[in-house]
Design a protein around this ligand. Structure first.
Ligand code: GDP
Length: 369
């Protein structure tokens, strides 16, 4: 049995963590038993951290004892300098909460890259975890809609770099911009994206802790995540509304609608792990081998795991580390433009100091009527 720690920071991290808790109940009821034994073997501990109390209150499926409020009036307002200072000031309180939960085999830290609290707390928290413990720490980082503005874009660029330098064992990218095809208003897009991420995390955890017909385990996951440029993404297809064909399911998990981040897996991936779940009668070994070989001949090593689940349609999860990513390069050029725009604005504001000169002319005068 694996002991897994999952920490969600900031609004986005909290909401995804809440979606993980909701999915893991296997029921929409908030009174359903947490991590019921039938559903998950792993012992999963969740912790939500935020400076904004309202974001914590909004959580419906995460126990009160799992929510840590770090008081800072009205959050940190997308300012990462403030965010980092607030983390340093409250670090021991957060680390004590982690310590109280016992020992872990693996940890996941979930955050958006672009806000204030999560984006500044998360790299520092990962660094702290890596210094104190010897288990792997993976980060799940959500990139912003590109139209959300210059501050979010520059935050994303810097916080992702800091995350890579934090000592994390790998970064799984999910991109709001890429996933916005879910459609609808912002709230339902968020809900849809959060459920997609939560389902993938739970599938992964479930399979790392399963007795499979062909085994992949935490060791294989570590090897996959250590490949490439330290960045990864996850694809998924199948389930109730899925397909009977395992071949189609693998192809769909690897294609854009299945992925959390925009990439051509045959061009940009470096290592992969494919986990296939379903009833024996759907899992044609020749079809599976053919699809796996197609991927491994393009990218190199592919780990493969098969879990037999009676009566279930095929479900396929793919973890891919990336060697390069043209989408991130584009985001970083946009971030540079954003930083320059902010700088120009700042210098325009500086030059408005001339306004002070203008005002000073009426110093000592009163209006005369
Ligand atoms: P923080 O609370 O200061 O850490 O800031 P947020 O987590 O709200 O960060 C803002 C970024 O997160 C923006 O790019 C939002 O689009 C994104 N975001 C906020 N809430 C959610 C959510 O529930 N789901 C997803 N996928 N993204 C979110």
């Amino acid at each position: 049995m694996l002991n897994i720690l999952m920490i969600g920071n900031g609004q986005c991290g909290n909401r995804i963590l809440d979606a993980v808790n909701r999915e893991s109940f296997g029921s929409k009821s908030k009174f359903a038993k947490f991590y019921s034994k039938q559903k998950f073997k792993s012992n999963v501990e969740t912790i939500a951290v935020n400076t904004a109390i309202n974001d914590l209150k909004e959580m419906k499926f995460t126990k009160a004892k799992d929510r840590i409020h770090i008081p800072h009036l009205h959050g940190v307002g997308a300012n990462r300098n403030i965010g980092k200072k607030v983390f340093e000031d409250n670090k021991e309180q957060i680390m004590r909460k982690v310590e109280e939960r016992g020992r872990f085999d693996v940890a996941f830290v979930i955050t958006s890259a672009s806000g204030g609290t999560g984006s500044s707390f998360s790299p520092l928290l990962v660094k702290e975890l890596k210094e104190r413990y010897d288990y792997p720490v993976y980060s799940i980082v959500v990139l912003p809609f590109r139209e959300e503005g210059t501050l979010y874009l520059q935050n994303a660029a810097f916080s992702l770099r800091e995350m890579r330098e934090s000592g994390t064992d790998g970064i799984i990218l999910a991109d709001n911009q890429f996933l916005k095809q879910m459609g609808g208003d912002v709230q339902s897009a968020y809900d849809g994206i959060n459920s997609m991420i939560a389902r993938r995390i739970l599938f992964l955890i479930d399979s790392l802790d399963s007795e499979m017909m062909m085994v992949t385990d935490l060791g294989d996951f570590k090897t996959v995540m250590s490949g490439g440029a330290g960045l990864a993404t996850v694809g998924f297809y199948g389930g109730d509304d899925g397909d009977m064909s395992v071949k189609t399911s693998i192809q769909k998990a690897l294609s854009p609608p299945g992925l959390l981040f925009s990439t051509d897996v045959y061009e940009e991936a470096s290592r992969a792990m494919i986990i296939i779940k379903g009833d024996r009668k759907y899992l044609n070994i020749d079809d599976i081998s053919h699809e796996v070989e197609k991927l491994s001949s393009a990218i190199g090593h592919v780990f493969k795991g098969i879990i037999i689940r009676e009566g279930e349609y095929p479900q396929v999860l793919v973890v891919l580390t990336l060697e390069s990513t043209s989408e991130l390069e584009k985001m970083y050029s946009a971030a540079v433009e954003a930083i320059n725009m902010e700088r120009e604005k700042k210098s325009r504001v500086e030059s408005q100091k001339d306004m002070d000169k203008a005002f000073s002319q009426i110093e000592g005068y009163e209006p005369s009527y």
